[in-house]
Ligand binder design. Structure first.
Ligand code: FDA
Length: 453
């Protein structure tokens, strides 16, 4: 079949690729988007499970995420706040359960002081670091060659404080164990959200949700670029030279002046490049890997925890479900909880069969919020680790030493090949906001490079 000809071909119809396509279309460029799946949205995905509308992937937006806010403003999409009235629950390593209000976990005085001192140090470093170029920090190499786990223990001998702080970035964000990524990677995560304090404040980082769901943002973008999106078209071969590219989808081929790979970096090597990518990219792309998290959804006839004066928020460093939140959908009379099981805890859960896993996870929800949690009307586990076109969650990060070594080249185009992903963003790193920012930036670069011709 003869290829179609466009100015730009975009591989991947997630928020980053679709933002780029939308921006290029507004600039008068012709585009085609080739998407492997039978839907748009990538790691944002809404599914109706037994009558419950669940957001299986990305969903929350925080006040600093102005890339995404500007976009949804333009698309006429609104947001609503996460429910947060009432007390949170903290379950300590010894199993003791405490209901608490205020910003500090209910720890002993010394552990609170040590925790706050670690937060202050992370805030200080995050303020010094440019999230767009963390490798330029004077201590980049030093911070990138020590694991976050060990670095915390160089600052404090309080094991409880180190564990709690480690978990915010490890289980909570990168979804890898704290020994598997560097202190620099952790500081980048903090700087990308404005500060570490922002990142650990669930009222900030999990502030609001999208009316119509986060996947709806991608659907709205797709609706504005006409028939440019070609679903069920994984690109497995890309021919390129300085003049342009030929991207081969399953049943559409596109000849274009430029290509945007708007896919997560761990999937770059799924594509055969003819000629091959340069050595630098071959090596770099092997050092960015996905984390692993199970996002658990449990829907109840009512949000029963609210009647007990609980917000639905719970944390525990030692339990299988490390975090739980009220995730009731806008306008829904039922109550929905969402819980997260990360990295090595997720490995352990996947050793169990479905029934055993469900019962361990629900027992944790009950530990936080009461026995009513044991019997949801709907129960579902999002598992992006078994999705061929993602292979993990939430996003990719570098292994130890990779960020300062390979990061400086991660956003440089290779001839006509450009990269765009939330996982390559500075501000909004690993978030939909970062995907949108990267999409806009890449589109502007390409539009400028194509010029008037
Ligand atoms: P994304 O992965 O979304 O899209 C890439 C697209 O490329 C996919 O559609 C894929 O199918 C396609 N593709 C891959 N290979 C291809 C090929 N060879 N050919 C064609 N197509 C190909 N963020 C946030 O802001 N708030 C949140 O609450 C959360 N929570 C969260 C929970 C879970 C469980 C996950 C998995 C993720 C989040 N995130 C999040 C992260 C957020 O979803 C993520 O950062 C963005 O979706 C990334 O957008 P991109 O467009 O960069 O990639």
């Amino acid at each position: 079949m003869a290829p179609i000809e466009r100015d730009v071909v975009i591989v991947g119809a997630g928020p980053s690729g679709l933002t780029a396509a939308y921006e290029l279309t507004k600039a008068g460029r012709t585009v085609a988007v080739l998407e492997a799946r039978d839907r748009v949205g990538g790691r944002t995905w809404t599914k109706d499970i037994e009558g419950a509308t669940l957001e299986l992937g990305g969903q929350w937006i925080s006040p600093d995420q102005t890339g995404l806010y500007d976009l949804i403003g333009e698309l006429g999409i609104e947001t609503y706040p996460r429910y947060r009235e009432g007390a949170g629950v903290f379950v300590a390593a010894d199993g003791s359960r405490t209901e608490y209000t205020g910003a500090d976990f209910p720890l002993g005085e010394e552990a609170i002081a040590e925790t706050n001192q670690l937060i202050a140090e992370l805030d200080r470093l995050a303020a010094e670091l440019d999230p767009e170029a963390p490798w330029d920090h004077p201590r980049a190499r030093e911070l990138d060659t020590i694991s976050f786990h060990h670095w915390l223990r160089t600052l404090s001998t309080d094991e409880e404080a180190c564990t709690n702080i480690g978990l915010f970035i490890a289980g909570g964000m990168l979804t890898k164990p704290a020994h598997a990524f560097s202190a620099l990677q952790a500081v980048l995560m903090a700087a990308s959200a404005g500060s570490f304090s922002n990142l650990v404040d669930e009222d900030f980082i999990l502030d609001r949700r999208i009316v119509g769901t986060m996947q709806g943002v991608s659907e709205s973008l797709a609706g504005r670029i006409g028939d440019a999106v070609h679903l069920d078209n994984p690109v497995l071969r890309l021919e390129w030279n300085d003049d342009g590219v030929l991207a081969h989808g399953a049943n559409v081929s596109v000849k274009a002046k430029k290509v945007i790979l708007a896919i997560p970096p761990n999937l770059y090597s799924r594509i055969s490049y003819v000629p091959p990518m340069p050595r630098r990219q071959h090596i770099t792309h092997q050092h960015q890997s996905m984390g692993l998290v199970i996002k658990v959804h449990a829907v109840y006839p009512t949000p029963f925890w609210r009647d007990k004066g609980l917000s639905g928020t719970g944390f525990s460093p030692s339990s299988i479900v490390q975090e739980v939140y009220d995730n009731t959908l806008h306008g829904d009379l039922r109550g929905t909880l969402v819980g997260f099981v990360s990295d090595e805890k997720a490995d352990a859960m996947f050793e169990l069969d479905e029934k055993e896993r469900r019962s361990v996870i629900l027992a944790d929800l009950a530990m936080f919020l009461g026995d009513e949690a044991l019997a949801p009307e709907v129960y579902y586990e999002s598992d992006f680790g078994s999705e061929e076109w993602t292979r993990g969650a939430y996003a990719t990060s570098y292994d130890l030493g990779g960020l300062h070594r390979f990061g400086p080249d991660q956003n440089k185009n290779v001839g006509p090949i450009h990269f765009s992903s939330s996982d390559l963003a500075g501000e909004g790193y690993q978030h939909v906001d970062g995907a949108v920012r990267m999409g806009k930036r890449t589109a502007a670069l390409i539009d400028a490079a194509l010029g008037q011709g």
